[in-house]
Design a protein around this ligand. Structure first.
Ligand SMILES: Nc1ncnc2c1ncn2[C@@H]1O[C@H](COP(=O)(O)OP(=O)(O)OP(=O)(O)O)[C@@H](O)[C@H]1O
Length: 253
């Protein structure tokens, strides 16, 4: 198990949608500068847990959330802490790349604007974010082109660039490769492994090979609970819980 300090954690987390409880007494820790994979069968609550950390349920009237969510010492649900500030520090990348229907440049510029980054600093930040996300060489001559004309894999790397431009501390990724071909998937995986030098990454994935290729730590969830968490090699090759073993061997899910 890793000895890295904990960057992000959830304690005694319970979440309901209406009367249905979808997360049950979750305790989870994400080490700094590591990639942690959340795995488990469809509907077990992986996305719900991920989204709780950057307050994506704030606008769901039927969502009820209990527990403590900490980014280091910062309580993410503290009264007076704005959602914009939480999301500046905890970026998110979604399953389906979701560029705005604007130029490549503007896709990144927008977040800088709403976070009050001075205008004269933005071009350099945009260039660096595109470089950091392994897409600069492909788009540097057409920054004014609509982002929606990029391929799916390029759009996803642009969305990662959009997240890193704000210098978050954590990047949450919800099945970022599920809509991509194998080559684009490998590029994103390479990128994720590189990004962990600067960011703490939590990724939801259904791809067991992907979890083993990129995650330092893996958390197995089942029916709204964390069944087992540990270093990825142990979870896949020597799990303590029989349910974990059956899931990673593909016996259900
Ligand atoms: N906004 C919502 N309102 C009501 N129910 C919801 C909402 N979001 C999720 N749920 C329910 O919560 C449960 C957990 O869903 P969640 O998407 O977190 O699971 P998951 O493990 O990420 O699944 P998948 O792997 O299929 O994406 C499901 O039963 C789902 O229907």
């Amino acid at each position: 198990m890793t000895n890295k300090p904990i960057k992000l954690s959830g304690s005694s987390v319970n979440v309901w949608f209406g009367s249905k409880q979808v997360l049950k007494n979750i305790n989870v820790e994400f080490p700094r500068n590591q990639v942690t994979a959340l795995i488990g069968p469809s509907g077990c609550g992986k996305s719900t847990l991920l989204r709780s950390f950057n307050r994506m349920h704030d606008l769901s009237p039927d969502a009820r959330i209990e527990g403590e969510f900490l980014l280091e010492q910062q309580n993410l649900y503290e009264k007076g802490l704005s959602v914009t500030e939480v999301r500046r520090r905890i970026g998110m990348v979604f399953q389906k790349a979701n560029p705005f229907p604007k130029s490549i440049y503007e896709n990144i510029n927008y977040g800088l604007k709403i976070n009050d980054v001075p205008k004269n600093e933005r071009s350099e930040i945009i260039e660096n974010a595109l470089k950091e996300s392994y897409i600069w060489d492909e788009v540097k001559d057409e920054l004014q082109k609509p982002a929606t004309r990029l391929s799916g894999g390029q759009q996803q790397r642009l969305c990662i660039a959009r997240a890193v431009a704000l210098r978050p501390e954590v990047i949450l990724m919800d099945e970022p490769c599920s809509a991509l071909d194998p080559l684009s998937t490998l590029k994103i995986e390479e990128l994720i492994v590189k990004l962990k030098k600067d960011y703490t990454i939590v990724i939801v994935t259904h791809n067991m090979q992907q979890a083993q290729r990129i995650a330092d730590k893996t958390v197995f969830m089942y029916l709204g609970e964390v069944i087992e968490a540990g270093d990825t090699h142990t979870i896949f090759h020597n799990p303590k819980n029989e349910l974990t073993g059956n899931y990673v061997k593909g016996h259900f899910g």
